[in-house]
Design a protein around this ligand. Structure first.
Ligand code: GLN
Length: 474
């Protein structure tokens, strides 16, 4: 302990040096020791130990699944039957999931053990985990700084070795950005690759569930288990799911990579992140890859279009929380209208309320054409421009975040400043492409940062293979 890959764990399990029960016990002690980081909202301790014992018996009989030994945490917006789920919001206080997300079922079927639920920004809205109704998560690498968001707890849990991997959701960067700030791997799959059934919706045409891990192999294996068709999510592709873990060795010795000069020139990009990106570009060129600059003079449209469209979708998705069906109901309510009004005003935090209002505004008659329709057109335009690049290149290389982990409170006074944290991550969500953040940067301030690759739709397999090659050889 701590283990940094499933293969190490499985080797020790089969050599008899470790039992799953011992492994889970160790993670539980680490969670206890690191309580002040405020990462887990709830730990399923007794249940995880019980499952560990059952799994040890299965292992003895040679009947364990692919994920035996994988101890996993869930972002608190992914449902697990008969367990609480709150999206870190007061409005879902006391709510228990009636069913499990498809991804959870699939992981459990392969013998993953779910150890608890991780703190996040309320309804996955945020970039620092400062919007949780249950308090800030501390970055395990520097307790005065944010872990990123919205999957802040999920990223911090992996970075602090409180479990081997976690699942997060990524609507505009919520897996990749905290992965970058905590120094781990984070993948946002292609839209339509992973079932969203059982993920609490924020903006349905952007949301995807994905893994946060210490290495590429574990991410590939988790994706292989959880991806693919599901009768409960009609937006899924019928494309077969490759054996990502088997395809990691494919030949990636000559790939074509575009980098966006506009990103590197962007104001606010930390000079050391720029330098490291340029270094990686040079190293890749030297290794025989084609790496070329391309123009993408549309960066300034990405964040606005993201916020117009996602708030519109959020205002509709969050209409269901009205104090009647789910969780919290205001004690001051006096009738139906007052129940809706007061439960929503008291139950939702400030940022969620801001987004519901923005979304309602952009959808309102009179403004619909000026904002929402126009936003859709810009989304299509940005998709076409990104597709154009990817018709000539395998990947687009760009930084994940403009800077390293920032201090608590540093961005909270100015929402626009916080929104600009997403400048490099939203392109993949707007366009539906897969994107991965790799922990290949270390700043002179001691903090990590990630570099990001956007790939072609449904080409996660190549992305994993290339990421593995890059993190090991470059
Ligand atoms: N930081 C972005 C936001 O606040 C992304 C959130 C996400 O991906 N869930 O919306």
């Amino acid at each position: 302990m701590p283990y940094s890959s499933l293969s190490q764990i499985q080797t020790d399990l089969s050599a008899g040096k470790l039992t799953v029960k011992k492994l889970v016990g160790e993670y539980l002690s680490r969670i206890e020791e690191n309580k002040k980081l405020n990462i887990f909202l709830e730990v399923f301790a007794a249940e995880a130990l019980q499952k560990a014992e059952e799994l040890d018996a299965k292992l003895k009989n040679g009947k364990a699944g692919k994920l035996a030994g994988m101890v996993i945490g869930l972002k608190d917006n992914i449902c697990y039957k008969d367990h609480k789920v709150s999206a870190s919001s007061k409005i879902l206080e006391g709510f228990t999931s009636l069913y499990s997300a498809t991804v959870v079922e699939r992981l459990i079927k392969e013998d993953a053990i779910i150890i608890g639920r991780c703190n996040c920004d309320e309804f996955a809205m945020g970039s620092s985990n400062e919007n949780s109704a249950y308090g800030n998560v501390l970055n395990p690498l520097d307790h005065a700084r944010v872990p990123g968001g919205s999957s802040g707890g999920a990223a911090a849990a992996v970075a602090a070795d409180l479990c081997l991997a976690t699942l997060g959701t990524d609507t505009g960067g919520s897996i990749r950005q905290p992965a970058s700030l905590c120094g781990i791997v984070g993948l946002k799959p292609t839209y339509g690759r992973v079932s969203r059934y059982g993920a609490i919706a924020y903006a349905s045409s952007f949301d995807q569930i994905g893994p946060l891990t210490k290495n590429i192999d574990d991410a590939a294996l988790i994706m292989e288990v959880m991806s693919g068709m599901d009768e409960y999510d009609s937006t899924l592709s019928t494309k077969p799911v490759p054996s990502y873990s088997q395809e990691l060795k494919q030949d990636v010795s000559k790939v074509k990579i575009a980098y966006l000069q506009d990103c590197l020139e962007k104001d606010g990009l930390d000079p050391e992140i720029k330098k490291r990106t340029t270094e990686v570009i040079d190293q890749l060129k030297k290794a025989g890859h084609t790496v070329e600059p391309v123009n993408f003079p549309f960066l300034d449209y990405l964040v606005p279009v993201y916020y117009v469209l996602t708030t519109a979708e959020a205002s509709s998705n969050l209409a269901r929380y009205q104090g009647l069906n789910f969780g919290f109901r205001s004690k001051n309510a006096t009738g139906m209208d007052s129940t809706f009004r007061k439960s929503r005003s008291e139950g939702f935090g400030k940022e969620v309320q801001r987004r519901i209002m923005l979304g309602t505004f952009v959808l309102s008659s009179g403004y619909y054409d000026a904002y929402y329709s126009k936003g859709q057109k810009v989304r299509r335009f940005l998709q076409n421009k990104t597709l154009e690049i990817l018709s000539n290149y395998d990947f687009i290389l760009l930084p994940t975040t403009p800077g390293t982990a920032f201090k608590f409170g540093e961005n909270t006074a100015d929402p626009i400043k916080m929104y600009l944290e997403d400048i490099f991550t939203v392109q993949a969500n707007i366009t539906g492409m897969p994107a991965i953040s790799l922990p290949v940067g270390k700043h002179s301030n001691g903090l990590p940062f990630g570099l990001q690759f956007i790939g072609r739709k449904f080409e996660e397999s190549k992305m994993f293979a290339f990421s593995k090659y890059l993190t090991e050889k470059i």
